[in-house]
Design a protein around this ligand. Structure first.
Ligand code: WTA
Length: 668
């Protein structure tokens, strides 16, 4: 493979001043992190405030082997701390009170503001006091459905200050998806905003929450309060309309944020939590359909996100850092909030899209704030690449030092464009592989140390021990391809699935006892570099959003016209993957454009707009084995119109193949 032959070395001028400045230093530290985790992490944890110190004989314990009993991971158990105190009070005490924590950049370029660490701390305390006054205590869940505004960060930190567990749901999920998550996590309070503009599109968040609260009530789940940020009246709307500003506020239940915080004190003592107390939960798609509430705990997550942020972005105190990920995803949590703040970083928080008001918005923002570290997703890179180099070159993006990628495999073409055009061939590209479940980066280059290969997430971070397994569970040594697993826990790994520890064990630890199974495939080349090959379970990754084929299929068959459905992923030049849905109509139903539109709408409404299928293919039959299992391998070939089907001898009826190709929709 040509991409493997060319290696890109970190810029020597950059390496000189980097925390980890050579590959040999990385190797040495890496080996130490495995040989002596107590010494390695013991040094790192000193920077944090522990109300009750970490005991070295209780440093970390775990069991990854289901045959030996329940799965667990514990780091610094018994030590007490508070993450909010560590990312705010501690930073202010160190003299960074007047440093900007966030530059907020609105959807419209005329809207922007900033918040210092001191002010952020005050705002957080005020909101913690509000939550307390509404009866929220340690361990209670708070559902968050918010746009990329400062109050979103404030809400998260206010929860953690009092030991409450935030459960953020991406504000692009539909009312159904949100309601299901609210009920599952048992939240009785929702924090939201009246609405938001994303590019030219309006999203009425409060009215979605109204539907959610109704749905919850019908299922006997009572939402006591909904706290609403009045966001719309302070921003510039793309079409100068005021019409969307009106929201319904239910007396006694719904409260405006500003009214709630008006008389609130700007101080609030932190609640000391055990290192292993729950910190937050975040839902991720499960391959059986029902979303999984990934649970992270305080101490390990705090230490791990702080350490990865510092090393992977090589953040220095005068730098400005920008992560474009929405706060509704793990990247927004770990590298939009906790990791950067723990390092007293100055961050950009951006509300809009890369395409509004023009396709050069990202480059405009980088120029405006002189961003030094930029972290985005391959889907955005591919979309922007298509507008050509000139849009980038029109802007001064020379402040950039490190440029990162996350969420899906980055193809070498997009990598090279990012490296050359955006990074000007002087910035390291950090292709960070990780998951909601891993809490932080697990495979990643270090910008001053790791020679890069376009499209490879390179090597493990400190404390992380990857392996590749074959189908029988045997470790593959040296070059090869297999299941990507991890042999031991690092501090940031998830601890459980909320309220369902058995599912946690079954999903991640049962296939290969003794290992955490990522669900991704990977290849190791002759130089030891890891290349992620994508999900091996029935999951799709559309623009970095994970979803399961099962959840889309079960929705499609809810439509009265549809008898059976099968969904596969199809490669897409920008989104990475897109949904290709095969549907069989029920008896006598004639498939037409109306049904097609209804199916699309059904998926948008029930999951969210990001899940809208690209192709809906009506077919009279699906390829099945004699035992009735759908052969998705064949469907994936049909989706890309590739007739090299390989072995089809296990098909119950081989005529179905011709039918499938013949019925392919014209523009798919
Ligand atoms: C995929 C996002 C290749 C992978 C942080 C993983 C990647 C899933 C990369 C997790 C990468 C993430 N290269 N694939 N650099 N980063 N993935 O939970 O399939 O939203 O399992 O976490 O995204 O997605 P999640």
């Amino acid at each position: 493979m040509p991409s493997e032959t060319k290696v890109y070395y970190p810029n020597p001028n950059f390496s000189k001043n980097a925390y980890i400045n050579s590959f040999s230093q990385y190797r040495e530290m890496y080996l130490q992190s495995l040989d002596n985790p107590e010494a390695f992490w013991g040094e790192i944890i000193k920077q944090f405030h522990w109300e009750t110190p970490v005991e070295y004989d209780n440093f970390f314990r775990y069991n990854f082997d289901i045959r030996k009993g329940p799965i667990y991971t514990k780091w610094f158990d018994g030590a007490t701390t508070n993450i909010c105190y560590n990312v705010l009070d501690r930073i202010v005490q160190r003299g960074y009170g007047d440093k900007v924590a966030y530059y907020w950049e609105g959807n419209h370029p005329d809207d922007y503001s900033r918040l210092t660490y001191r002010k952020l701390l005050e705002e957080v305390c005020k909101f913690s006091n509000v939550l307390k006054s509404k009866g929220i205590k340690k361990g209670d869940r708070v559902a968050v459905y918010m746009p990329m505004i400062l109050e979103a960060v404030i809400t998260l930190l206010a929860c953690t200050r009092i030991g409450a567990v935030h459960s953020v749901v991406f504000a692009g999920f539909s009312a159904d998806s949100f309601a299901e998550r609210v009920i599952d996590c048992g939240a009785e309070i929702i924090v939201t905003a009246d609405g938001v503009w994303r590019g030219p599109k309006f999203l009425g968040l409060k009215s979605i929450c109204d539907q959610v609260m109704d749905k919850c009530a019908r299922r006997n789940h009572n939402i006591r309060h909904c706290i609403v940020v009045a966001h719309l009246k302070r921003v510039t709307s793309p079409d100068n309309s005021q019409k969307s500003n009106k929201v319904h506020m239910k007396e006694g239940r719904d409260i405006w944020w500003n009214d709630a915080v008006a008389d609130s004190s700007i101080t609030c003592p932190p609640v000391w939590t055990n290192s292993e107390d729950p910190l937050f939960m975040l839902y991720t798609s499960g391959s059986t359909g029902k979303p999984k509430g990934v649970l992270h705990t305080v101490g390990g997550y705090m230490v791990y996100t702080a350490a990865t942020f510092k090393c992977v972005f090589d953040y220095k105190s005068k730098d400005v850092y920008w992560c474009t990920a929405d706060i509704g995803w793990i990247t927004g949590h770990s590298y939009g909030v906790y990791g950067p703040l723990a390092n007293a970083a100055t961050c950009v928080l951006f509300e809009g899209t890369p395409f509004y008001p023009d396709n050069d918005r990202f480059w405009t923002v980088i120029e405006k704030y002189k961003v030094n570290q930029f972290y985005t997703a391959p889907t955005a890179i591919r979309a922007l690449m298509k507008y050509g180099d000139d849009l980038v070159r029109r802007h001064d993006v020379s402040s950039l030092k490190v440029i990162g990628s996350v969420g899906e495999p980055i193809n070498s073409e997009a990598w090279l464009w990012y490296y050359k055009v955006v990074g000007g061939e002087k910035c390291s590209v950090v292709d960070t592989f990780w998951q909601t479940e891993t809490g932080g980066h697990v495979l990643t280059p270090l910008p001053g140390a790791t020679p890069m290969k376009p499209g490879s997430a390179t090597f493990p971070f400190f404390g992380v021990q990857p392996a590749l397994l074959d189908e029988s569970g045997k470790e593959i040594e040296g070059e090869g391809e297999g299941y990507l697993v991890f042999k031991r826990p690092w501090p940031g790994i998830m601890r459980s699935l909320f309220g369902n520890h058995e599912r946690y064990e079954a999903t991640y630890f049962s296939k290969f006892p003794g290992y955490y199974c990522t669900g991704d495939g990977a290849r190791r080349d002759a130089d030891g570099y890891f290349w992620i090959t994508g999900r091996i379970d029935d999951m799709l990754n559309v623009s970095g959003h994970l979803m399961s084929t099962a959840e889309v299929e079960s929705l499609l068959t809810e439509h009265k016209a549809i008898a059976e459905a099968a969904v596969v992923s199809k490669p897409h030049p920008i989104k990475g993957e897109c949904l290709y849905c095969f549907v069989i109509t029920s008896n006598e139903t004639h498939f037409d454009d109306n049904i097609k539109k209804e199916l699309s709408l059904l998926i948008r409404e029930r999951i969210g707009a990001f899940a809208t299928p690209d192709v809906i293919h009506n077919t009279p039959s699906l390829p099945k084995t004699r035992s009735g299992k759908i052969m998705r391998r064949i469907l994936r070939k049909v989706a890309v119109n590739d007739r090299n089907l390989g072995d089809v001898s296990t098909l119950a009826d081989s005529t179905v193949i011709e039918t499938l190709f013949a019925s392919r929709p014209v523009c798919s």
